[in-house]
Each structure stands twice: as C-alpha cells, then as structure tokens.
Design a protein around this ligand. Structure first.
Ligand SMILES: [Zn+2]
Length: 170
C-alpha cells in the first residue's frame, strides 16, 4: 500500500501496478512538453540537472502548479490513483533513469508527494510506516516544493504531512 517510483520498461523496478506517467505516454500526470523541454538536453545536460539548479527549481514549481490546476479542474484521476495505491502498491514510472531518491530530478518524485497530500486530504493512508524519518523526508520535500512554487498551500490545496513549524510558532 505504497507509492513507489520506477522506470518504464524495467519490471524489476515495479512494485504492484506500474503507471506510466510520462508526457510521451500522454499521462494526465505528466508535465507539459514546454516544461519537459526546459530541463532535458539540450536545455540542460544530465550532469547539470541537479535539485539545486535554478532551472530545476523553476521546473518543479511550474509542474506542481500544473498539477494543482489539473486537480482543481478534475480530481478524479488523482483520487483514483491514490485509492488504487491505498489497496495495493503502485509504481509511478518514467524514463529518467538518472534520477534517484538522493537526486530526485524527475517529476515522479514531485508527483508522489502531491499524491501523498491528496491521499491525506482524502483521509487515506498511502505510504510507508509513518516513522520519524519518513515524515522528515516528506516535510523536506514539501518545503522544497513550496519554496519553488511559493503558493501550493491554500484553502483548496491538500497539504503534506503534519502542521508546519511556522504554524506552530504561530
Ligand atoms: Zn522523469
């Protein structure tokens, strides 16, 4: 009952149901082609594509914006996917074999976080055991996304993880 990230055409990376989330597959969860081209060669080399790169940060913010707009327009595909992940494993698959948990420069990682948020919003538990490490990682990613996006949080949007430190500080 977890969302994994894996690679298209590499069954050894799949847990449960593989879902192709690439633009080439026409996935509703894919970034627009304009965005895809902004970080793929020749725009950036694989070597340059790191989470700290300004172009990646812009990409991440815009991609989350696109997802948010889609979610507002039609929640069904998001809800369907998290409901599927709530009853069985789902692997979000893309072609970016150079992206890893340590270097998460593929939209799958951002999508996974957004889907976690949707799941929580729906009161569904999707994810690994909620230990401290997972929550810290989620919180870190959420901050990365927020920093890049600057406005994911709103009344409408689902939120990831527990209340932020900022809120607690009040
Ligand atoms: Zn990718």
């Amino acid at each position: 009952m977890t969302l994994y990230v894996g690679l298209v055409g590499r069954p050894e990376t799949h847990h449960g149901t593989p879902v192709n989330v690439t633009a080439s597959a026409g996935s509703v969860f894919a970034p627009s082609w304009v965005l895809v081209r902004s970080v793929q060669p020749p725009a950036l080399s694989r070597h340059e594509l790191v989470p700290q790169h300004p172009r990646w940060k812009t990409y991440a913010g815009r991609y989350v914006s696109e997802l948010r707009a889609k979610y507002r327009r039609d929640r069904a595909p998001f809800v369907d996917l998290v409901e599927q992940a709530a009853v069985g494993d789902v692997t979000l698959c893309c072609l970016c074999h150079w992206a890893t948990e340590e270097r998460p420069v593929c939209h799958r990682f951002l999508l996974r976080d957004v889907l976690y948020a949707v799941a929580r919003d729906r009161g569904l538990w999707v994810g690994q055991e909620a230990d401290e490490l997972d929550m810290t990682l989620l919180e870190q990613r959420r901050r990365q996304v927020l920093e890049a996006e600057g406005k994911w949080l709103s009344e409408e949007a689902p939120t990831v993880g527990s209340r932020s430190k900022e809120e607690r500080r009040g």
